[in-house]
Design a protein. Structure first.
Length: 376
């Protein structure tokens, strides 16, 4: 019998969409090693010259004009991609998409970004008969995710499910599965051993992440955190922003034995294991990974739109707080004078259950759907 093939399609607008695709693929492979999974960022794959150019322009817009991004998000919140936009996507970026589908012959397509979701939906209208599952990778849902050709939606919370139902999606086509994270985030490493391996000292540690694209840190926040360095270890992770990393390395005020500057890493799960507090932008994937690790989170400078909704969800859940001078003062006190209690709370949080807290649940549901809705 031919092995089942699952094609997972994403786009590189941020890192969370593609991380979710890889996490889902890893979870499914762990549950069914015979399964064939392939993850593709469709725009870059089909148009390697134009794709990076578009992504670079979008990245600069997010960095320099976040309010504009938020305004556009809200203005178009209840509007799906119009016919002209869908046609443009198909012709400019994905003219080879149908040929790729025929070559790969997937039994199921999973989309973790609205753009490939729209393209596959259009191809299905043109006669390609492949089941389509859409995994929404935030704690909100923009109307651009919605297409009638989608066979099943997988969402993070009941709230997102309700938003889809209000947009006319059938109730039996939406399932609350949580956002999948890589299996490594469900494993909890030995903090002492990992700190030795990573060259860290056995003291309270804070991980400060600049976002999936390495957006610059808030200068005021850095200034406040630097006053912690004598008593608290600080790990700044700049992601893919190599320019920011080199700038920080050349800064005399960051030259401290308790400050670690880190660029892009594939082992952020280990850095969360050795840290007692995570300060980050509220990207959907990072928040979900933090939830799996049970690490308390502080959010700063959410991009207006989905990041604001992500932040609000985790604050209401009790897993995070919005950053402020008052909150930072309180956490400094906790880490220096109530450290044992902080560690005990972390252990309780790691063991707690809730939306997105069940390892491989999303992968299990996709495999079950695949078995029930595709031929042997």
């Amino acid at each position: 019998m031919r092995k089942k093939r699952v094609l997972l399609l994403s786009e590189g607008f941020g890192t969370g969409h593609t991380q979710a695709a890889f996490a889902l693929a890893a979870g499914m492979k762990k549950l069914d090693p015979r399964l064939q999974c392939r993850v593709i960022e469709l725009g870059n794959f089909l148009n390697p010259k134009m794709g990076p150019f578009i992504l670079s322009a979008y990245r600069k817009t997010v960095s320099s004009s976040p309010r504009l991004v938020g305004m556009l998000y809200r203005k178009q919140y209840d509007k799906s991609l119009n016919r002209l936009a869908k046609l443009a996507l198909h012709r400019i970026f994905y003219t080879q998409a149908a040929r790729v589908m025929k070559q790969l012959r997937p039994d199921l397509i999973v989309c973790t970004h609205p753009f490939p979701n729209a393209v596959v939906s259009r191809l299905k209208r043109q006669g390609i008969h492949v089941p389509l599952i859409t995994l929404i990778t935030d704690y909100d849902v923009h109307a651009t995710w919605v297409n009638k050709e989608v066979n099943q939606y997988l969402v993070s919370t009941p709230k997102v499910r309700d938003l889809l139902l209000r947009r006319g999606v059938a109730a039996d086509s939406v399932q609350v599965t949580g956002i999948p994270v890589h299996p490594s985030f469900w494993e909890h490493g030995d903090k002492g051993r990992l700190r030795q391996e990573l060259g860290l000292k056995p003291m309270p540690t804070v991980l400060i992440m600049s976002g999936g694209w390495g957006v610059s840190f808030n200068k005021e926040m850095i200034h406040m955190l630097l006053s912690w360095a004598d008593d608290i270890q600080l790990v700044f992770c700049t992601g893919s922003n190599e320019k920011l990393l080199q700038k920080m390395k050349s800064s005399p005020e960051l030259d401290h034995p308790h400050i670690r500057l880190l660029g892009y890493t594939k082992h952020i799960d280990q850095w969360m294991d050795v840290s007692d507090l995570l300060i980050t932008k509220p990207g959907g994937m990072t928040c979900t990974e933090g939830l799996a690790k049970g690490i308390p989170m502080l959010f700063y400078e959410a991009i207006p739109g989905q990041e604001e909704e992500n932040g609000q969800y985790f604050v209401e859940l009790g897993s995070a707080e919005m950053i402020s001078p008052k909150v930072l003062r309180r956490w400094r006190l906790r880490l220096t004078e109530e450290y044992r209690q902080v560690e005990e709370n972390r252990l309780k949080s790691s063991a707690a259950s809730g939306p997105g807290k069940e390892p491989f649940y999303c992968a299990q549901q996709v495999l079950a759907w695949l078995k029930q809705n595709t031929s042997s």
